[in-house]
Ligand binder design. Structure first.
Ligand SMILES: C[S@@+](CC[C@H](N)C(=O)[O-])C[C@H]1O[C@@H](n2cnc3c(N)ncnc32)[C@H](O)[C@@H]1O
Length: 229
C-alpha cells in the first residue's frame, strides 16, 4: 500500500480532459487520440495481434490511468486468445477517482473500466480481471522493484513520461533490467524515439529499430531480444 498518490492537473482538449502530472509536467497519454496511440505504439509495436493465441506475460513501466491495460484487454478479448498476465510497475499510483475521470473519456472501454475500478486498490497483488486475464501493479520505484521481480515478459510497454521529464524511467540500468526480464524473442516498444533510449536498449542486448510513430509523430522505437544462444 502507499500514501504517495499522484497530484494532477486537467488540460482541456478537443478530445476531452486529459490528466497531466504536476510532478512531471507531462500528460499521461497523447492529447490527441490516446486510445489509438496506445494501440499503435504498444499493441502493434509489440506485434501482439500475431501473438494473442499464446499465453502472454505483458509488463509495463508506468501504470498511470490503466489506459494501456484496457486497450490491450479490449483487443485481446476480441481475438482467439491464450491467457494474459499484465504486470505494471508504478511509483505514484493515481487516486481511483482520478483514474475514473480519465477513463471516462473512452466510452468504448467503459465496461472494462468499470471492472478495473471495482477491483482497483494500489498494492493489491495479483487480481483476476476476467477469465484468463490478471493484473498486478507493483508499487514502488521501478528501479528498485523491477530488479527484484521474479517474472519475465513476452512484451514490454515502456511508457514513462518523456525521457526529458522523467529520466528515472529511462536510465540505462533500468533498461538493462527490462532486458534481463524479457524472454528470448520477447519484444519491447515505446513512443519515444530518443537516441539515448535506443542506445541503452541496444547495449542491454535488444535488436532495436526506429519505425513510424503514431499520427504526426515521425518515429517510435521497437526492440526484440535475440533468440537464446
Ligand atoms: C506516461 S505515464 C503512464 C501512462 C499509463 N501507461 C496509462 O496507460 O495511463 C508514466 C507513469 O510512470 C510513473 N513513474 C514515473 N517515474 C516512475 C518510477 N521511477 N518508477 C515507477 N513508475 C514511475 C508515473 O507515476 C506515471 O504513472
Amino acid at each position: 500500500m502507499t500514501d504517495q498518490t499522484a497530484p494532477l492537473l486537467w488540460r482541456e482538449t478537443d478530445a476531452g480532459r486529459v490528466p497531466v502530472s504536476e510532478q512531471f509536467d507531462d500528460p499521461y497519454y497523447s492529447l490527441n487520440g490516446g486510445l489509438d496511440e496506445t494501440r499503435h505504439v504498444f499493441v502493434n509495436g509489440n506485434t501482439l495481434p500475431d501473438r494473442w493465441e499464446q499465453d502472454l506475460q505483458i509488463a509495463e513501466l508506468g501504470f498511470g490511468t490503466g489506459l494501456n491495460l484496457l486497450v490491450t484487454w479490449a483487443d485481446w478479448r476480441k481475438a482467439a486468445h491464450g491467457t494474459l498476465h499484465f504486470t505494471s510497475f508504478e511509483a505514484f499510483p493515481m487516486d481511483k477517482e482520478d483514474m475514473a475521470a480519465a477513463l471516462a473519456a473512452f466510452p468504448a472501454l467503459a465496461d472494462l473500466a468499470t471492472i478495473l475500478l471495482a477491483r482497483w486498490t494500489a498494492g493489491a497483488g495479483v487480481v483476476t480481471l476476467a477469465e484468463g486475464i490478471s493484473l498486478e501493479v507493483i508499487i514502488g520505484d521501478a528501479r528498485d522493484t523491477l530488479p527484484a521481480w521474479a517474472g519475465k515478459a513476452d512484451a514490454w510497454y515502456l511508457d514513462g513520461f518523456s525521457p526529458a521529464k522523467n529520466p528515472q524511467l529511462w536510465e540505462p540500468a533500468l533498461l538493462q533490467a527490462v532486458a534481463d526480464h524479457t524472454v528470448p524473442n520477447g519484444t519491447a516498444a515505446t513512443y519515444s524515439a530518443a537516441g539515448h533510449v535506443r542506445q541503452s536498449l541496444t547495449q542491454a542486448g535488444f535488436e532495436v529499430a526506429r519505425v513510424k510513430g503514431f499520427g504526426t509523430k515521425r518515429h517510435m522505437t521497437v526492440a526484440q531480444k535475440p533468440d537464446a544462444q
